[in-house]
Design a protein around this ligand. Structure first.
Ligand code: WT7
Length: 649
């Protein structure tokens, strides 16, 4: 890590915008000056310009009860109306909203008029199933149009969705259903992944098996056509129900602070946090950033964000941002290498994708396969590239720029989080001179700082902790059901500044370089995982006495999960170390989901702890990354690391 960071900070290449791009860019340099004149007023202007308000707001920001912000709170709008009806009413009903590409090669292009009609029917269906304003609906779907339709139908009713990534286990799904007290689950029989149907419905059945939840119905989209079990009276086929409802639905206006969704993300403890987002401020900032950061021209661009709707990127830059802006986008169901390793590039060629947004981990895995694969396709339609999820190393940046972007498409490296709701730090294409590896500058209207432990600005050339120093429109409004945890996690450290959990450095120009998490949160392939959550899954297995998990750097995935486990004495002879490790890897995948499965599990006799009993993860990371073990003097028993390394050699 240290050497990687040095390398990053020695990066000095610059990529100024071409004159042609700058002359036609959506964003202009003046936008920073406009925002600097007053960020709340700037956002009020954006909210009025970018959205339709059923009732215009007169109040912009209410920060009288920090850290609970209210934006535009006497205004009223309907989020789904803003993403659908108004585009049709403006005469753009024939514009394609979604070019959907199924993994086996089937496809479907859906216009704004068609998408609006589908969402109206779905809203009527949800109403008939008893979904009311404020109710929570869990969505557990593959990347099919119904995922977006379901989200928008929930939003249209002023209800709250909780999308659960299809890769999460039955147990994780149940925990999320319980936390939000969801009354309806929308799922599918299965979806296509890696050349075959991957069933989803069985996980929902398993999740709902034990009593104690309030789910009345499970609405099932038919996609995989795999056989499924059926609970009479509870389970309903989406296609049958939707055929029977009214096609008309008038969108009602809801207050700007009406909750829109809950999305669970990992924190430093074992229990995922339900991040709550509301309507008006969220939609304003996702629409603004989607337009300005990607230089969007909705009449001519074809945009593609490869994220799954189960993550925040899929909420803000697949569902809400692009649709609020009336963009045409690609939605792809499957994996990048199915049925061949050029699938993504083939899709770009097929639809003439002009704006492409993906994660560094994907770029690195394509780099490994070699440039001849993308070079077999026509990628000349691409004009803006985006990166998100983790720092992009300069090598991957240059490869992305040269091989995918033809040496000319600007790359926007966008820093943000589930909690921030929308992009916070990014270059603006056509405006900013790009630096490979740096997310660079706060977007207009956003105040970011890098501070020391006491909250003091570190100054250019120094490193510290990343904070957001003023409330912003798309900020989380809290953690579902746990206001104390919200205060403690993000606000306790600095009082008046939002603590993001990331380390960062300011270069001599004042540009921001992100240096990774400073807490016990790992970033695997751009997805957030908690060390504590995986440790508690490991110790729940009867074999395990103690477990410690670290994020070790990994060439492709950024970080990888590596676990150190002490097996109970009574179990030590039952399985060999290799067997125990396989078993435990499978156990974690089953309990949390495949993304949490440790890359490696070391069976050890001891764990390194300080005198106060805290596990020294730094030392375990040294072992996991194959480095010489660092300073061990604060260990309660300094011989422990010797014991661990001896055993592993
Ligand atoms: C964490 C948030 C934002 C959507 C995807 C992840 C890391 C995110 C960048 C970037 C460096 C980044 C941070 C952040 N991160 N984007 N461009 N450069 N780091 O959302 O799961 O909420 O994770 O991802 O560490 O805190 P998330």
């Amino acid at each position: 890590m240290a050497s990687q960071i040095d390398h990053l900070l020695n990066e000095s290449r610059r990529f100024p915008p071409s004159e042609e791009f700058a002359a036609n860019a959506v964003a202009s340099p003046q936008i920073y000056a406009q925002a600097a004149a007053g960020s709340a007023e700037f956002w009020a202007d954006q909210a009025r310009e970018l959205l339709h308000w059923h009732t215009p707001f007169t109040r912009t920001l209410d920060w009288s009860n920090p850290p609970f912000a209210k934006w535009f709170d006497d205004g009223e709008l309907n989020v789904a109306y803003n993403c659908l009806d108004r585009h049709v009413l403006a005469g753009n009903g024939d514009r394609i909203a979604i070019h959907w590409e199924g993994e086996p090669g089937d496809s479907r292009s859906i216009s704004y008029a068609e998408l609006t009609a589908e969402v109206k029917k779905a809203a009527n269906l949800l109403t008939s199933l008893g979904v009311r304003t404020g109710d929570r609906v869990a969505i557990y779907l593959p990347m099919i149009p119904e995922a977006v339709i379901a989200m928008l139908a929930v939003a249209r009713l002023g209800a709250v969705h909780s999308v659960v990534f299809g890769g999460f286990s039955a147990e994780s799904l149940r925990a999320r259903i319980d936390d939000a007290n969801a009354k309806l689950v929308i799922t599918a029989d299965g979806g296509w992944r890696k050349g075959k149907v991957s069933p989803l419905k069985p996980a929902v059945d398993a999740a709902l098996e034990s009593p104690g939840h309030n789910v009345r119905n499970v609405l099932v989209v038919r996609r995989g056509e795999n056989t499924v079990d059926w609970v009479e009276g509870r389970d309903l086929w989406w296609h049958e129900e939707i055929a029977a409802v009214d096609a008309d639905h008038v969108a009602k206006a809801f207050p700007a602070e009406n909750p829109l969704f809950i999305l669970y993300t990992s924190g430093t403890t074992g229990k995922p946090k339900g991040i709550l987002h509301t309507s008006g401020g969220y939609l304003t900032q996702v629409a603004f950033t989607h337009k300005n950061v990607f230089d969007l021209r909705p009449e001519s661009d074809v945009y593609w964000c490869t994220a799954d709707v189960g993550w925040i990127t899929g909420h803000s830059y697949v569902a809400y941002g692009p649709l609020a802006n009336g963009a045409t986008q690609v939605l792809y169901e499957g994996t990048p290498d199915s049925p061949h390793p050029g699938r993504w590039w083939e899709i770009i060629e097929k639809y003439g994708v002009s704006i492409f947004y993906t994660a560094p981990t994907a770029i690195r895995s394509f780099m490994k396969l070699g440039r001849q694969i993308p070079q077999g396709f026509d990628l000349t339609s691409l004009r803006v590239l985006g990166s998100v999820g983790e720092p992009i190393n300069p090598e991957a940046w240059i490869w992305y720029h040269d091989v995918i972007g033809g040496g000319s498409a600007p790359i926007v490296d966008t820093w943000w989080q589930t909690e921030t709701g929308a992009i916070m730090i990014s270059a603006l294409p056509g405006v900013t001179s790009l630096k490979p590896g740096s997310a660079q500058v706060p977007i207009p209207g956003i105040r970011i700082d890098v501070v020391d432990d006491d909250g003091q600005h570190v100054g250019t050339g120094n490193g510290g902790l990343l904070v957001v120093s003023e409330p912003w429109p798309s900020m989380l409004r809290g953690i579902w059901g746990d206001p104390d945890r919200y205060r403690e996690t993000y606000w306790q450290k600095f009082g008046d500044k939002y603590f993001a959990g990331d380390g960062a450095r300011l270069d001599d120009d004042g540009d921001i370089w992100l240096l990774g998490r400073v807490d016990d949160v790992m970033n695997v392939s751009g997805h957030r995982l908690s060390t504590a959550e995986i440790e508690s899954s490991l110790v729940s297995h009867p074999y395990v006495a103690e477990a410690a998990v670290v994020g070790a750097s990994d060439e492709t995935t950024g970080q990888a999960v590596v676990a150190f486990v002490i097996v109970k004495a009574s179990q030590a002879d039952v399985a060999s170390a290799a067997e125990a490790s396989d078993l435990l890897r499978a156990h974690v995948a089953q309990q949390i989901g495949a993304i949490a499965r440790p890359r490696q599990i070391f069976i050890v006799a001891e764990l390194p702890k300080t005198r106060s009993g805290k596990i020294m993860r730094r030392l375990l990371r040294d072992v996991a990354e194959g480095r010489e073990v660092g300073d061990t003097t604060t260990l309660a028993d300094t011989s422990v690391m010797q014991i661990i390394t001896d055993r592993l050699q």
